[in-house]
Design a protein around this ligand. Structure first.
Ligand code: TXA
Ligand code: MG
Length: 355
């Protein structure tokens, strides 16, 4: 299959650029006919297919090499459309939608029989998100209103934050890629399950627990998310897989900056002796402490949003540069830091050393 790549910027959509809209119309037709189109959202690039067509969901699993028990998120562009795909909309959903939709929040509901089991990985619940990226919203409308879209990476690789990474993983496997440039947030949406008596966060993201609590009160968090030793199975099926994995062997090093640098430099020399390429994920504040030949700055500790945006790109760059050993600083687990550490721990297969 030849994968067509088209460039559409959010600015063009805002300006009602005719050329951009005709590309989106074409992309919408592809999805309506059962094809697949990768597109930008504010979180990461998504791999879109018709959420109400079981064959499309099958194609998404095949293109990603993803286990078909791992459900997809249904993306909508109008709140009204939620009614068609859900059984019941709790009050909390109205409040959350008012505050955070369109935006990086996914809510889980009891599904209606309009949504095929293929899309929900056999579950009787459905995950729904209204993204706030203008290109994504126009594509969803052009595609008929319901677009199933996981992150547009091969299963187990970091989610793409640039179209070139989508192309790296998906070229020849899907019909079209809409290149909208660099993604704004860089980590996947927060997922909250509203089918429980007390809503529960299944995946942390840009919308933090504190932000959710300010709107709907009591919110729990799935304990398996940060605790690598937990024997419980996470409730979002996707969270149980070793995700976001770089090719190199990643270890997180936690402690006072001097001790962390001492440990990382020692490990660097040891691996270097063995002829291995070593990469370090460093913050602006500490990057000068490291001796490795491949130190990547993930941004300032003062700017967690900047760190979130750079994480997946850096992991992919280490892959491209064939780095075999990766050592990373650790981050606080409050606010947005919770999402950053959740993804970093998963990428490291929960390998964290305290020094
Ligand atoms: O930001 C995002 O959410 C991106 C963009 C493209 O919108 N999408 C994304 O999709 O991250 P994906 O498929 O990579 O991750 C979806 C996660 C998986 O962990 C999956 O198990 C969980 O959502 N999920 C989906 N439906 C669910 C359900 N009904 N119950 C529990 N977890 C569900
Ligand atoms: Mg994903």
């Amino acid at each position: 299959m030849k994968t067509e790549i088209v460039k559409v910027t959010e600015e063009q959509i805002r300006q009602h650029d005719k050329n951009a809209f005709s590309k989106i119309a074409l992309a919408g037709e592809i999805i309506k006919k059962g094809g697949l189109v990768a597109f930008p959202t504010e979180t990461v690039y998504g791999l879109g297919g018709d959420a109400l067509n079981p064959d499309s969901s099958g194609k998404i699993y095949a293109a990603k090499g993803r286990p078909s028990d791992n459900p997809l998120i249904v993306h909508i562009a109008e709140f009204e459309d939620l009614k068609l795909i859900t059984e019941k909309i709790p009050e909390t959903a109205y409040a959350l939608a008012k505050h955070f939709w369109p935006g990086p929040l996914t809510m889980i509901f009891k599904k209606s029989n309009q949504v095929p089991k293929e899309t929900t990985g056999g579950l009787d619940t459905v995950a729904v998100r209204m993204p706030r990226h203008n290109t994504a919203l126009e594509l969803i409308r052009a595609a008929g209103g319901f677009v199933a879209a996981p992150s547009a990476n091969i299963s187990g690789r970091p989610s793409p934050t640039l179209a070139k990474y989508v192309q790296e993983d998906m070229d020849g496997r899907i019909d079209m890629i809409i290149d909208g440039g660099m993604i704004e947030i860089g980590l996947e949406s927060t997922i909250i399950d509203l089918t429980e008596a007390v809503p529960i966060i299944l995946r942390p993201g840009f919308i933090t627990k504190e932000m959710l609590q300010a709107v709907i009160g009591d919110v729990q968090i799935d304990r398996t998310l940060l605790d690598g030793d937990s024997i419980q199975i996470p409730k979002a099926p996707g969270m149980k897989y070793r995700h976001y994995a770089p090719k190199g062997d990643l270890t997180i090093v936690e402690g006072e900056p001097e001790r962390v640098a001492e440990y990382i430099n020692k490990s660097y020399y040891a691996s270097h002796e063995e002829g291995k390429r070593v990469g370090v994920i460093a913050t602006l504040e500490n990057m000068d402490r490291y001796h490795s030949d491949c130190v990547k700055c993930i941004g300032s500790r003062q700017d967690e949003e900047g760190i979130a945006k750079e994480l997946y790109r850096i992991l992919r760059e280490f892959d491209d540069e064939e780095v075999e050993v990766i050592l990373s600083e650790s981050f606080h687990t409050t606010g947005m830091g919770q999402a950053i550490m959740n993804r970093l721990l998963k990428a490291a297969g929960h390998k964290k050393i305290k020094v």
